[in-house]
Design a binder for this molecule. Structure first.
Ligand code: NI
Length: 179
C-alpha cells in the first residue's frame, strides 16, 4: 500500500472514538499497518494512529531510533499496538512539548503521566505488556488519545504555551517531534 493523506485538526473524524480490532493477522489489518508506517515515514513522524488516516480502528504505530531531530538518547522500539490499555504507574505528571501530524507546524506544552504500564496486541494478536517512562510514555499517551478522539491541544493547560514551531524555536525552547 502507500502513504495516505493525514487528516488535520478540524476534521470531525479525528474526534470520533475508534473501534476495537476483533480479528488479527488479516490482510486488511496488515495493509492498514503498512499504510501507517509509510505515512509516518513520509512525514518524518515518531508515531501515527489509524484515525489520522481516516480509519476508525484502535491501531497505532510508533518508533524512534537515533532520530536526528531528537536530542534525547532514549529510543523507542518499532511497535504496532492494537487495542491499547494504559495504566499510570504513579501520579507523577510531566510537562513536555508535543507536535502532531494532524496539527502540522504547531507545538504545545502538554502534561502527561511520566511512567505508564501499557498493554495491547500486535498485528498477529500477540500480547504486548510494557512499563515505560519519559518520551516513550508520552508518545503512547499521545497516540492512544487519538483513538479516543482527543488531540493534544485539548490537553494544553496554558494556551500561551501553544504556537508555531518556528516561533517557539525562536524563543529558544526545546520542541518535540510530530506524532
Ligand atoms: Ni498526533
Amino acid at each position: 500500500m502507500s502513504e495516505q493523506r493525514v487528516l488535520r485538526i478540524g476534521n470531525p473524524l479525528l474526534h470520533e472514538v475508534a473501534e476495537q480490532v476483533s480479528e488479527f493477522g488479516t490482510p486488511p489489518l496488515r495493509e492498514l499497518v503498512v499504510d501507517l508506517w509509510d505515512t509516518m515515514a513520509a512525514r518524518g513522524g515518531v508515531g501515527i494512529a489509524a484515525p489520522q488516516i481516516g480509519v476508525g480502528l484502535r491501531v497505532v504505530v510508533f518508533a524512534m531510533r537515533d532520530h536526528p531531530l531528537h536530542a534525547d538518547p532514549e529510543s523507542i522500539p518499532q511497535t504496532v499496538l492494537i487495542n491499547p490499555v494504559i495504566e499510570p504507574m504513579d501520579d507523577t505528571i510531566e510537562d513536555g512539548w508535543e507536535g502532531c501530524l494532524s496539527v502540522p507546524g504547531m507545538r504545545g506544552l502538554v502534561p502527561r503521566y511520566q511512567r505508564i504500564h501499557y498493554m495491547g496486541r500486535d498485528v498477529d494478536g500477540a500480547p504486548i505488556d510494557r512499563e515505560v517512562e519519559g518520551f516513550h510514555a508520552r508518545v503512547v499517551q499521545h497516540e492512544c488519545d487519538h483513538l479516543d478522539g482527543v488531540l493534544y491541544p485539548q490537553r494544553i493547560r496554558d494556551m500561551a504555551q501553544f504556537g508555531f514551531e518556528e516561533e517557539i524555536s525562536l524563543a529558544g525552547k526545546y520542541t518535540q517531534l510530530e506524532c
